[in-house]
Design a protein around this ligand. Structure first.
Ligand code: ASP
Length: 271
C-alpha cells in the first residue's frame, strides 16, 4: 500500500481471508469472510473494513455481507477492472478511495466503492465487462462520490436488520440449494422439472419485464411451489423492480436482482 495517496495517518491491519477468482466464489469462503468481518467490526478501535474482491461476483458478496452483518460501521468492497501491469491501473485509486470511505464517519453499512463512486450493497450491479467504471446502482443512484479522499454524500445509507446473523451460519455443506432459471422466448418447463427431480430447495426465476414468465415455465414453477420448492420471481431487467399484481401465481423477490434474490432465499431456507 506504500505510495497510495491519502493514507498517511491511517492505522491499517491487513489479513488475507482467501485468494480466488471471484467467479469461483463459494459458500465456505463467504462464511469465513462474514465471520472475520464480524470479528473486526466488534473491535472498538476499528472504524471500518475494506474487502478487496474480484469484480465478477462483488455485488453478491456485498449483498451477502449486508444481509448477515447489517453493520453500523462501513464495510467497503473494492477491486480493479485493469491489471496492475496496465498503463493506467485503476486498483490503487479504488483502494485509496475505499480506505477513505471506510475511515469516514459519514459512511455506514456495506457498500462497493469503484471509480470514485459509492454504491449500496442493495443496489449495486456490475454492468460492464471491461470499462473501469463497471458498476451501477441502477435507478436508485449512488450513495456518494469520493473526491480527493472526501465523501460527497448524495443520499442516506440503507440500513436494515440482518436477515441472518453471521455467527449462526451453518457449515457450507448444509446450505440449501437455490438455483436461478431465466425466462425467454420459447421457455419451457424442462429445466424446472429437472431441478425439482434433483431435489432443489428453491428456485429464483429471472423473469422478463415486470417479472413476467412464459406460461409453460410458469406452470412448472407453480407445480414446483405446490410440491414444496420455494419460488421467487425477479426480473432480468437491469433497472426498476418487479411490481406485484393481483393474481400473481409466484411471489416476487421484493425488488432484488436475480442473484441477490437467490442469496435472500438461501438465507431464508437455511437450517
Ligand atoms: N475475474 C476477476 C474476478 O472477478 C475479475 C476481476 O478481478 O475484476 O475475480
Amino acid at each position: 500500500m506504500r505510495g497510495l495517496p491519502g493514507l498517511a495517518g491511517l492505522a491499517l491491519h491487513t489479513e488475507q481471508v482467501a485468494q480466488l477468482d471471484s467467479k469461483d466464489m463459494d459458500f465456505a469462503t463467504w462464511c469465513v469472510l462474514a465471520q472475520r468481518c464480524a470479528h473486526w467490526l466488534a473491535q472498538q478501535d476499528v472504524a471500518g473494513i475494506v474487502v478487496t474482491h474480484g469484480t465478477d461476483t462483488m455485488e453478491e458478496t456485498a449483498f451477502f455481507l449486508h444481509s448477515v452483518l447489517a453493520p453500523a460501521k462501513p464495510v467497503v468492497l473494492t477491486g480493479a477492472m485493469r491489471p496492475a501491469t496496465s498503463a493506467a491501473a485503476d486498483g490503487p485509486q479504488n483502494l485509496a478511495d475505499a480506505l477513505a470511505v471506510a475511515a469516514s464517519p459519514l459512511a455506514q453499512g456495506v457498500c462497493v466503492v469503484f471509480a470514485g463512486t459509492v454504491h449500496a450493497a442493495l443496489d449495486v450491479q456490475k454492468v460492464h465487462g471491461y470499462r473501469p467504471d463497471a458498476f451501477s446502482s441502477g435507478d436508485a443512484g449512488p450513495l456518494a462520490y469520493v473526491e480527493e479522499g472526501r465523501l460527497r454524500v448524495l443520499r442516506a445509507w440503507p440500513q436494515g436488520p440482518a436477515l441472518r446473523n453471521a455467527g449462526s451460519l451453518p457449515d457450507a455443506a448444509r446450505w440449501p440449494r437455490v438455483e436461478i432459471v431465466m425466462n425467454f422466448a420459447g421457455a419451457g418447463p424442462a429445466i424446472v422439472e429437472a431441478l425439482v427431480k434433483d431435489g432443489v430447495d428453491g428456485i429464483v426465476v429471472a423473469g422478463t419485464g415486470n417479472g413476467s414468465v412464459h406460461h409453460a415455465l410458469e406452470g412448472a414453477l407453480a407445480r414446483a411451489q405446490e410440491q414444496g420448492t420455494s419460488v421467487r420471481r425477479s426480473s432480468r431487467c437491469l433497472l426498476g423492480r418487479v411490481l406485484p399484481q393481483a393474481g400473481d401465481r409466484l411471489p416476487d423477490a421484493g425488488g432484488l436482482s436475480p442473484v441477490k434474490a437467490r442469496i435472500a432465499l438461501l438465507l431464508e431456507l437455511m437450517p
